[in-house]
Design a protein around this ligand. Structure first.
Ligand code: ATP
Ligand code: MG
Length: 442
């Protein structure tokens, strides 16, 4: 391989592509990135260089550069990695009002040809090919923009929760038994025992309420061995979980609303470029979000011609019917106790109901939460009602015997939240390396 240098040497990048302006006419700069496209005319080579922040045009006129620079320029191929030292030259005819004329080019690495996937987005590819070649797929500006939004979403969620007095925690993902029954777990071998990958930090968050942390949150993976293959489920997902003491279901809903609302405001203010690249116009919905009672939901769903009996969980058809009726974010409250997890606090006025809620966006559930049951005897009853065995909840149950404050909380699916922010139909688009029934690599 010719010309390859093994590092930037004593070069230090001076700018990202989007920091260069026509007013910098005459300045020397160092930039680095990938050859997004290249056009070779007889005495002129045009390169579009791509870095994290965008694209920039490099012009290499034979008469104005050294022979070495021209020869290297001519030898380049798509997706080669290069560093360029050059001058900014204002030029009204150039698309950006200026171009870069190199004085030196370093070939940092060559890309083999043909490419298994075209990062310049000229050739469309199906999602499986894209995910198989995900590192190349991720070079596409639209896809990168989505993950920059995701990073800013997480920053904003953290900021809101820190501002509201939450402490960030990390709980184990290797667990000895099922959290709540219901969903299937991934068994793993743990030395001479069987263990599982955690499906939710629920029980740990609650134990931290007994530990006196008052308000905690965790952003971490949840693992669910569900066999479904849908566009909104993965077997590994990221959950934004929070739990708050001396609080009830209404407090938890208010916190969830501000997390969502502040995030939309933050993205709208700080991520104009990324939203533009993806072509998304964020609708900043005012708080409080509408609240529907479960009873009303049953009526709405039935009125749309989808059968739903009182006491049933929402089927996919029911969610879709509801999504036709409701726009934007809304809560569903006053759920029947039988279809919520054992740790949910029953409603004191109507024992058939409980203090659970879901946050929906049209037909998509993005969060489930509740005021929790903090009374030991009621909790044991709840465990038995779900046909689970209280003895299996040893250290969790202990935490309720020696001073557990009333508390509430929720889990918000980070990947589903991104589906809404990025207007994506398939959750796989919102995850760098998604895990589903068929996919365990890359
Ligand atoms: P669904 O009914 O849509 O399968 P769920 O009620 O089983 O979801 P919860 O246990 O309530 O999910 O989890 C809380 C949140 O975590 C969900 O609202 C969702 O945003 C997210 N979540 C749960 N399971 C998955 C999954 N398999 N893939 C992606 N996100 C998930
Ligand atoms: Mg749920």
């Amino acid at each position: 391989m010719d010309n390859i240098v093994d590092s930037m040497g004593n070069w230090r990048r001076t700018h990202f592509s989007d920091e260069i302006k026509a007013e910098m006419d005459g300045e020397e700069i160092i930039i680095a990135g990938w050859v997004n496209s290249i056009r070779k005319l007889g005495k002129l080579v045009f390169i579009i260089l791509r870095d994290r922040e965008g694209m920039i045009q490099i012009v290499i006129p034979k008469q104005k550069v050294s022979k070495e620079v021209f020869d290297i320029g001519k030898s380049l191929g798509r997706e080669d990695v290069i560093g360029i030292k050059g001058k900014v030259v204002a030029n009204e005819k150039a698309p950006a009002g200026y171009e870069i004329i190199p004085t030196e080019i370093k070939v940092l690495n060559r890309a083999e040809s043909p490419l298994p996937l075209d990062p310049s987005e000229k050739v469309p590819a199906d999602i499986d090919t894209r995910l198989d070649n995900r590192f190349l797929d991720l070079r596409r500006p639209k896809i990168q923009a989505l993950f920059k939004l995701r990073s800013e979403m997480l920053r904003s969620v953290r900021n809101t929760l820190y501002d509201e007095g939450f402490i960030e925690v990390n709980t184990p993902k290797l667990v000895a038994s099922a959290t709540e029954g219901g969903t299937e777990l991934f068994p793993i071998s743990y030395f001479e025992k069987e263990a599982f990958l955690g499906q939710s930090p629920q029980l740990y968050k609650q134990m931290l309420m007994a530990a006196g942390f008052d308000r905690v949150f965790e952003i971490g993976p949840i693992f669910r061995a569900e066999e479904h293959n849908t566009r909104r489920h993965l077997n590994e997902a990221i959950s934004i979980d929070c739990e708050m003491s001396f609080s009830d279901d209404r407090d938890a809903m208010a916190t969830l609303e501000s997390v969502v609302h502040n995030t939309l405001l933050h993205l709208n203010e700080h991520c104009k470029k990324e939203l533009d690249v993806i072509g998304v116009d964020l609708n900043i919905q005012e708080v409080p979000f509408p609240k529907l009672k479960y009873d009303e939901v049953v009526d709405i769903v039935n009125s749309k011609g989808v059968e739903m009996e009182w006491g049933e969980d929402l089927s996919r058809a029911a969610e879709k019917a509801l999504g036709e009726y409701m726009d934007g974010f809304y809560f569903i409250t006053n759920w029947p106790i039988e279809i919520r997890p054992f740790y949910t606090l029953p409603n004191e006025e109507d024992p058939r109901l409980c203090k659970a809620f879901d946050l929906m966006y049209r037909d998509l559930e993005i969060s489930s939460g509740a005021q929790r049951n903090h009374i030991y005897d009621l909790l044991v009853e709840g465990i038995k009602r779900m046909e689970l065995i209280p003895e299996n909840f040893g250290s969790y149950l202990e935490a309720f015997k020696y001073g557990m404050p009333p508390h509430a909380g929720w889990g918000l699916g980070a990947d589903r939240f991104m589906m809404i922010i990025g207007a994506q139909e398939n959750i796989r688009e919102c995850v760098l390396f998604p895990r589903d029934r068929q996919r365990l690599t890359p």
